[in-house]
Write a protein that binds this ligand. Structure first.
Ligand code: UDP
Length: 326
Protein backbone atom coordinates (compact mmCIF):
# COMPACT_ATOMS: atom_id res chain seq x y z
CA UNK A 1 0.00 0.00 0.00
CA UNK A 2 1.23 3.49 -0.89
CA UNK A 3 0.52 6.28 1.59
CA UNK A 4 0.80 10.05 1.41
CA UNK A 5 1.91 11.54 4.74
CA UNK A 6 1.37 15.31 4.95
CA UNK A 7 3.58 16.89 7.59
CA UNK A 8 5.86 13.84 7.45
CA UNK A 9 8.86 16.01 8.39
CA UNK A 10 7.26 17.01 11.70
CA UNK A 11 7.43 15.36 15.09
CA UNK A 12 4.60 12.79 15.03
CA UNK A 13 4.62 12.61 11.22
CA UNK A 14 8.31 11.62 10.98
CA UNK A 15 7.87 8.88 13.61
CA UNK A 16 4.85 7.53 11.73
CA UNK A 17 6.86 7.48 8.48
CA UNK A 18 9.59 5.45 10.24
CA UNK A 19 7.01 2.94 11.52
CA UNK A 20 5.31 2.68 8.11
CA UNK A 21 8.62 2.00 6.37
CA UNK A 22 9.60 -0.59 9.01
CA UNK A 23 6.30 -2.35 8.19
CA UNK A 24 6.93 -2.28 4.42
CA UNK A 25 4.50 0.44 3.28
CA UNK A 26 5.39 2.76 0.42
CA UNK A 27 5.56 6.35 1.74
CA UNK A 28 5.32 9.72 0.02
CA UNK A 29 5.89 12.74 2.27
CA UNK A 30 4.49 16.21 1.52
CA UNK A 31 5.76 18.97 3.80
CA UNK A 32 6.46 22.67 3.26
CA UNK A 33 9.25 22.57 5.90
CA UNK A 34 7.89 25.67 7.67
CA UNK A 35 8.07 23.80 10.96
CA UNK A 36 9.26 20.37 9.77
CA UNK A 37 12.87 19.21 9.31
CA UNK A 38 14.19 17.63 6.13
CA UNK A 39 16.64 15.64 8.31
CA UNK A 40 13.63 13.94 9.93
CA UNK A 41 12.37 12.48 6.65
CA UNK A 42 13.26 8.81 6.30
CA UNK A 43 15.63 8.12 3.37
CA UNK A 44 13.24 5.54 1.91
CA UNK A 45 10.32 7.98 1.72
CA UNK A 46 9.74 10.01 -1.44
CA UNK A 47 9.70 13.71 -0.56
CA UNK A 48 7.71 16.59 -2.08
CA UNK A 49 8.22 20.10 -0.73
CA UNK A 50 4.95 22.06 -0.87
CA UNK A 51 1.99 23.44 1.01
CA UNK A 52 -1.35 21.61 1.18
CA UNK A 53 -3.22 24.88 0.56
CA UNK A 54 -1.79 24.75 -2.97
CA UNK A 55 -4.27 22.56 -4.85
CA UNK A 56 -2.09 22.52 -8.00
CA UNK A 57 0.74 21.05 -5.91
CA UNK A 58 -1.60 18.37 -4.52
CA UNK A 59 -3.31 17.60 -7.84
CA UNK A 60 0.11 17.16 -9.49
CA UNK A 61 1.28 14.91 -6.64
CA UNK A 62 -1.83 12.70 -6.86
CA UNK A 63 -1.30 12.41 -10.63
CA UNK A 64 2.38 11.46 -10.26
CA UNK A 65 1.98 9.01 -7.38
CA UNK A 66 -0.54 6.24 -6.89
CA UNK A 67 -1.84 6.98 -3.38
CA UNK A 68 -4.12 4.53 -1.54
CA UNK A 69 -4.73 6.65 1.58
CA UNK A 70 -3.56 9.87 3.23
CA UNK A 71 -2.29 10.37 6.79
CA UNK A 72 -2.64 14.07 7.49
CA UNK A 73 -0.40 15.77 10.08
CA UNK A 74 0.39 19.08 8.36
CA UNK A 75 -0.88 21.73 10.80
CA UNK A 76 0.08 24.34 13.37
CA UNK A 77 -0.18 22.92 16.86
CA UNK A 78 0.88 25.39 19.56
CA UNK A 79 -1.94 26.24 21.95
CA UNK A 80 -0.45 29.57 23.07
CA UNK A 81 0.27 30.75 19.51
CA UNK A 82 -3.24 29.74 18.42
CA UNK A 83 -4.66 32.26 20.93
CA UNK A 84 -2.58 35.16 19.60
CA UNK A 85 -2.68 34.19 15.87
CA UNK A 86 -6.12 32.61 15.34
CA UNK A 87 -6.34 33.41 11.62
CA UNK A 88 -3.06 31.59 10.98
CA UNK A 89 -4.59 28.53 12.67
CA UNK A 90 -7.87 28.67 10.73
CA UNK A 91 -5.95 29.18 7.48
CA UNK A 92 -3.29 26.49 7.92
CA UNK A 93 -5.41 23.92 9.73
CA UNK A 94 -9.00 24.34 8.52
CA UNK A 95 -8.45 25.80 5.04
CA UNK A 96 -5.39 23.57 4.46
CA UNK A 97 -7.43 20.44 5.25
CA UNK A 98 -10.30 21.68 3.05
CA UNK A 99 -7.93 21.94 0.10
CA UNK A 100 -6.41 18.53 0.82
CA UNK A 101 -9.82 16.85 0.99
CA UNK A 102 -10.97 18.68 -2.15
CA UNK A 103 -7.96 17.38 -4.04
CA UNK A 104 -8.39 13.85 -2.64
CA UNK A 105 -12.00 13.69 -3.86
CA UNK A 106 -11.03 15.08 -7.27
CA UNK A 107 -8.28 12.47 -7.59
CA UNK A 108 -10.29 9.50 -6.27
CA UNK A 109 -8.43 9.02 -3.00
CA UNK A 110 -11.05 7.92 -0.49
CA UNK A 111 -9.38 7.38 2.90
CA UNK A 112 -7.91 9.88 5.36
CA UNK A 113 -6.36 9.45 8.82
CA UNK A 114 -6.60 12.81 10.55
CA UNK A 115 -4.46 14.14 13.44
CA UNK A 116 -6.87 15.45 16.01
CA UNK A 117 -6.32 16.33 19.64
CA UNK A 118 -7.54 16.10 23.23
CA UNK A 119 -7.90 19.89 22.99
CA UNK A 120 -11.29 19.35 21.26
CA UNK A 121 -12.79 18.48 24.68
CA UNK A 122 -11.81 21.62 26.60
CA UNK A 123 -12.46 21.35 30.35
CA UNK A 124 -13.66 17.73 30.66
CA UNK A 125 -16.83 16.65 32.48
CA UNK A 126 -15.53 13.15 33.23
CA UNK A 127 -12.11 11.57 33.69
CA UNK A 128 -11.06 9.46 31.82
CA UNK A 129 -12.45 11.22 28.75
CA UNK A 130 -14.46 9.16 26.26
CA UNK A 131 -14.93 9.98 22.58
CA UNK A 132 -18.61 10.93 22.97
CA UNK A 133 -18.03 13.32 25.88
CA UNK A 134 -18.84 17.02 25.54
CA UNK A 135 -16.58 18.97 23.20
CA UNK A 136 -16.10 22.61 24.11
CA UNK A 137 -12.52 23.66 23.26
CA UNK A 138 -10.86 26.29 25.46
CA UNK A 139 -8.34 27.35 22.78
CA UNK A 140 -8.25 28.16 19.08
CA UNK A 141 -6.07 25.15 18.25
CA UNK A 142 -8.77 22.80 19.63
CA UNK A 143 -11.48 24.80 17.84
CA UNK A 144 -9.76 24.35 14.47
CA UNK A 145 -9.33 20.58 14.97
CA UNK A 146 -12.98 20.21 16.01
CA UNK A 147 -14.09 22.27 12.98
CA UNK A 148 -12.11 19.88 10.75
CA UNK A 149 -13.62 16.78 12.38
CA UNK A 150 -17.10 18.24 11.75
CA UNK A 151 -16.21 19.03 8.15
CA UNK A 152 -14.91 15.48 7.62
CA UNK A 153 -18.20 14.05 8.95
CA UNK A 154 -20.16 16.13 6.40
CA UNK A 155 -17.79 15.19 3.57
CA UNK A 156 -18.02 11.49 4.40
CA UNK A 157 -21.84 11.69 4.20
CA UNK A 158 -21.79 13.42 0.82
CA UNK A 159 -18.91 11.64 -0.96
CA UNK A 160 -17.22 8.29 -1.32
CA UNK A 161 -14.83 9.33 1.47
CA UNK A 162 -14.06 7.82 4.88
CA UNK A 163 -11.85 9.10 7.70
CA UNK A 164 -10.53 8.20 11.12
CA UNK A 165 -9.75 11.05 13.51
CA UNK A 166 -7.15 10.23 16.16
CA UNK A 167 -7.36 12.48 19.21
CA UNK A 168 -3.90 12.52 20.75
CA UNK A 169 -3.32 13.36 24.36
CA UNK A 170 0.25 14.55 25.16
CA UNK A 171 2.68 13.16 22.59
CA UNK A 172 6.13 12.67 24.10
CA UNK A 173 9.40 10.71 23.77
CA UNK A 174 11.49 9.93 20.70
CA UNK A 175 12.31 7.06 18.33
CA UNK A 176 14.26 4.25 20.01
CA UNK A 177 17.19 4.86 17.63
CA UNK A 178 17.37 8.53 18.80
CA UNK A 179 17.71 9.49 15.09
CA UNK A 180 14.51 11.55 15.18
CA UNK A 181 12.74 13.35 18.00
CA UNK A 182 10.91 16.48 19.08
CA UNK A 183 12.29 19.81 17.79
CA UNK A 184 9.93 22.78 17.76
CA UNK A 185 10.75 26.45 17.35
CA UNK A 186 9.90 27.92 19.77
CA UNK A 187 9.81 24.89 22.07
CA UNK A 188 6.84 25.13 24.43
CA UNK A 189 6.07 21.51 25.36
CA UNK A 190 6.82 20.45 28.88
CA UNK A 191 9.25 17.52 28.51
CA UNK A 192 11.54 19.16 25.87
CA UNK A 193 11.48 22.42 27.86
CA UNK A 194 12.62 20.53 30.97
CA UNK A 195 15.35 18.70 29.01
CA UNK A 196 16.55 21.99 27.49
CA UNK A 197 16.99 23.20 31.08
CA UNK A 198 19.13 20.13 31.81
CA UNK A 199 21.24 20.96 28.73
CA UNK A 200 21.74 24.52 30.01
CA UNK A 201 19.69 26.18 27.25
CA UNK A 202 17.33 27.54 29.92
CA UNK A 203 18.01 28.55 33.51
CA UNK A 204 14.81 27.12 34.97
CA UNK A 205 11.46 25.56 34.10
CA UNK A 206 8.41 27.74 34.51
CA UNK A 207 5.49 25.87 36.03
CA UNK A 208 2.28 27.43 34.78
CA UNK A 209 0.14 27.44 37.90
CA UNK A 210 0.30 25.43 41.13
CA UNK A 211 -3.19 26.38 42.30
CA UNK A 212 -5.22 23.85 40.28
CA UNK A 213 -7.52 21.43 42.10
CA UNK A 214 -5.16 18.51 41.61
CA UNK A 215 -3.05 16.39 43.98
CA UNK A 216 -0.07 18.81 43.96
CA UNK A 217 -1.76 21.88 42.43
CA UNK A 218 -0.18 21.48 38.96
CA UNK A 219 -1.93 20.36 35.76
CA UNK A 220 -2.34 16.68 35.01
CA UNK A 221 -1.79 15.28 31.53
CA UNK A 222 -1.75 11.86 29.87
CA UNK A 223 1.67 11.41 28.18
CA UNK A 224 1.73 8.96 25.28
CA UNK A 225 4.87 7.83 23.45
CA UNK A 226 5.17 9.12 19.88
CA UNK A 227 6.02 5.63 18.53
CA UNK A 228 2.83 4.27 20.11
CA UNK A 229 0.92 7.04 18.32
CA UNK A 230 2.69 6.01 15.10
CA UNK A 231 1.45 2.41 15.49
CA UNK A 232 -2.12 3.67 15.94
CA UNK A 233 -1.94 5.45 12.56
CA UNK A 234 -1.02 2.22 10.83
CA UNK A 235 -3.92 0.43 12.53
CA UNK A 236 -6.23 3.31 11.52
CA UNK A 237 -5.24 2.97 7.85
CA UNK A 238 -5.89 -0.77 7.97
CA UNK A 239 -9.23 -0.15 9.72
CA UNK A 240 -10.36 2.15 6.90
CA UNK A 241 -9.33 -0.36 4.25
CA UNK A 242 -11.01 -3.30 6.01
CA UNK A 243 -14.19 -1.64 7.28
CA UNK A 244 -14.82 1.30 4.93
CA UNK A 245 -16.37 3.34 7.74
CA UNK A 246 -15.43 6.56 9.51
CA UNK A 247 -14.58 6.57 13.20
CA UNK A 248 -12.92 8.60 15.97
CA UNK A 249 -10.49 7.35 18.63
CA UNK A 250 -8.73 8.78 21.69
CA UNK A 251 -5.07 7.88 22.05
CA UNK A 252 -3.53 8.09 25.50
CA UNK A 253 -2.17 5.86 28.27
CA UNK A 254 -5.11 6.42 30.61
CA UNK A 255 -2.84 7.56 33.45
CA UNK A 256 -2.30 11.18 34.43
CA UNK A 257 0.94 12.78 35.63
CA UNK A 258 1.24 16.26 37.14
CA UNK A 259 3.73 18.84 35.87
CA UNK A 260 5.72 18.38 39.10
CA UNK A 261 5.76 14.59 38.67
CA UNK A 262 7.05 14.95 35.09
CA UNK A 263 9.85 17.25 36.27
CA UNK A 264 10.73 14.75 39.05
CA UNK A 265 10.90 11.95 36.44
CA UNK A 266 13.26 14.12 34.35
CA UNK A 267 15.46 14.69 37.44
CA UNK A 268 15.58 10.92 38.05
CA UNK A 269 16.33 9.97 34.41
CA UNK A 270 18.94 12.67 33.74
CA UNK A 271 20.49 12.82 37.21
CA UNK A 272 20.38 16.63 37.07
CA UNK A 273 18.82 19.08 39.52
CA UNK A 274 16.18 21.07 37.62
CA UNK A 275 15.34 24.50 39.03
CA UNK A 276 11.71 25.61 38.72
CA UNK A 277 9.74 28.84 39.11
CA UNK A 278 6.03 29.01 39.66
CA UNK A 279 4.16 31.45 37.44
CA UNK A 280 0.49 32.14 36.86
CA UNK A 281 -1.69 29.75 34.87
CA UNK A 282 -1.36 29.65 31.07
CA UNK A 283 -4.62 30.66 29.35
CA UNK A 284 -6.56 27.82 27.78
CA UNK A 285 -5.04 25.05 29.98
CA UNK A 286 -7.60 22.61 31.45
CA UNK A 287 -6.63 21.21 34.90
CA UNK A 288 -6.81 17.51 34.01
CA UNK A 289 -6.77 15.67 30.66
CA UNK A 290 -6.66 11.87 30.80
CA UNK A 291 -7.89 9.61 28.01
CA UNK A 292 -10.01 6.54 27.94
CA UNK A 293 -8.44 4.65 25.02
CA UNK A 294 -10.51 1.52 25.46
CA UNK A 295 -12.21 2.15 22.10
CA UNK A 296 -8.87 2.24 20.21
CA UNK A 297 -7.74 -0.88 22.07
CA UNK A 298 -10.88 -2.90 21.39
CA UNK A 299 -11.68 -1.74 17.83
CA UNK A 300 -8.22 -1.02 16.38
CA UNK A 301 -6.38 -3.57 18.54
CA UNK A 302 -3.99 -0.83 19.65
CA UNK A 303 -1.57 -1.80 22.41
CA UNK A 304 0.83 0.95 23.55
CA UNK A 305 4.32 -0.36 24.29
CA UNK A 306 6.22 2.53 25.93
CA UNK A 307 3.80 3.20 28.78
CA UNK A 308 6.08 4.03 31.71
CA UNK A 309 6.93 7.72 32.23
CA UNK A 310 10.57 6.77 32.88
CA UNK A 311 10.82 5.09 29.46
CA UNK A 312 9.09 8.00 27.73
CA UNK A 313 11.48 10.53 29.30
CA UNK A 314 14.52 8.24 28.73
CA UNK A 315 13.85 8.04 24.96
CA UNK A 316 13.36 11.83 24.85
CA UNK A 317 16.63 12.33 26.78
CA UNK A 318 18.54 9.95 24.45
CA UNK A 319 17.40 12.17 21.55
CA UNK A 320 18.11 15.49 23.29
CA UNK A 321 21.65 14.46 24.31
CA UNK A 322 22.69 14.26 20.65
CA UNK A 323 20.03 16.28 18.92
CA UNK A 324 20.62 16.04 15.16
CA UNK A 325 18.46 19.00 14.12
CA UNK A 326 16.87 21.96 15.87
N1 UDP B 1 3.77 23.41 31.21
C1 UDP B 1 4.49 24.11 32.17
N2 UDP B 1 5.64 24.72 31.79
C2 UDP B 1 6.11 24.71 30.52
C3 UDP B 1 5.39 23.99 29.54
C4 UDP B 1 4.21 23.36 29.92
O1 UDP B 1 4.07 24.17 33.35
O2 UDP B 1 7.17 25.32 30.24
C5 UDP B 1 2.53 22.71 31.58
C6 UDP B 1 1.30 23.20 30.82
O3 UDP B 1 0.69 24.27 31.52
C7 UDP B 1 0.43 21.94 30.82
C8 UDP B 1 1.45 20.79 30.80
O4 UDP B 1 2.70 21.35 31.22
O5 UDP B 1 -0.28 21.83 32.01
C9 UDP B 1 1.65 20.20 29.40
O6 UDP B 1 1.85 21.28 28.50
P1 UDP B 1 2.36 21.08 27.01
O7 UDP B 1 2.53 22.43 26.40
O8 UDP B 1 3.52 20.16 27.00
O9 UDP B 1 1.16 20.30 26.30
P2 UDP B 1 -0.41 20.66 26.17
O10 UDP B 1 -1.08 19.96 27.32
O11 UDP B 1 -0.57 22.14 26.18
O12 UDP B 1 -0.79 20.06 24.86
Amino acid sequence: MNLLVTGGAGYIGSHTVYSLIEKGYGVVVADDLQTGHIEAVHNDAKFYCGNIQDTNFLDDLFKLEKIDAVIHFAANSLVGESMTSPIKYYENNVYGTMMLVKSMIKNNVHNLVFSSTAAVYGEPENIPIKEDDKKLPTNTYGETKLAIENMLKCVSCAHDFKFTALRYFNAAGAHKSACIGEAHKPETHLIPVVLETVKGKREFVTIFGDDYETKDGTCIRDYIHVSDLAQAHILAVEYLKNNNESNIFNLGNGVGFSVKEVIDTCRKVTGHPIPVRIEKRRTGDPAVLVASSSKAKSILGWQPEYTSPDTIVQTAWNWHKNQRYN
